[in-house]
Write a protein that binds this ligand. Structure first.
Ligand SMILES: [Fe+2]
Length: 155
């Protein structure tokens, strides 16, 4: 099957971006402390980005005759991004560090997508992956800057 590995990564992203949207939503809801008034609305922007990526990735998969996951159960069964029930135990910094960890996972998955779509000659999907990887790394930079750290994209 043409583009089989590329389609596998696309559907993995469908599950992971769905989960990431929920994780960001939890951050939006379960944050307390310094910076709340700016970070709470900023999470809306983060969610918008991830939801837009989800739609593009899913529709690219359909364009390639694939079948994206489309139930919460399927997302939960296939995502590699871990979660935990909401609680008030995490500091603002800890919640942001969780987001960085999850964004790093997504950046690595986009990188894998770039490689397999390159091998399979699917330039159009590769172009999508490249743009979204850069956008994901930019989010990592922004949060790391807020935490007083270097981006460590290249670490
Ligand atoms: Fe809200």
């Amino acid at each position: 099957m043409k583009y089989a590995k590329t389609k596998e990564v696309l559907n993995q992203l469908v599950a992971d971006l769905s989960q990431m949207s929920m994780v960001i939503h939890q951050t939006h809801w379960y944050m307390r402390g310094e910076g709340f008034l700016t970070l709470h609305p900023m999470m809306d922007d983060f969610m918008d980005d991830v939801n837009d990526q989800l739609d593009v990735v899913s529709e690219r998969l359909i364009t390639l005759d694939g079948a994206p996951y489309s139930t919460l159960q399927e997302m939960a069964d296939h995502t590699e991004i871990t979660d935990e029930p909401g609680n008030w135990d995490h500091s603002m910094q800890e919640r942001l560090a969780i987001l960085v960890k999850d964004y790093r996972y997504l950046a690595d998955l986009y990188q894998k997508g770039i490689e397999v779509s390159g091998e399979e000659g699917d330039d159009a999907t590769q172009d999508i992956f490249i743009g979204f990887k850069a956008a994901t790394e930019k989010r990592i930079w922004m949060i790391q800057a807020h935490l007083g750290k270097a981006p460590e994209i290249d670490a």
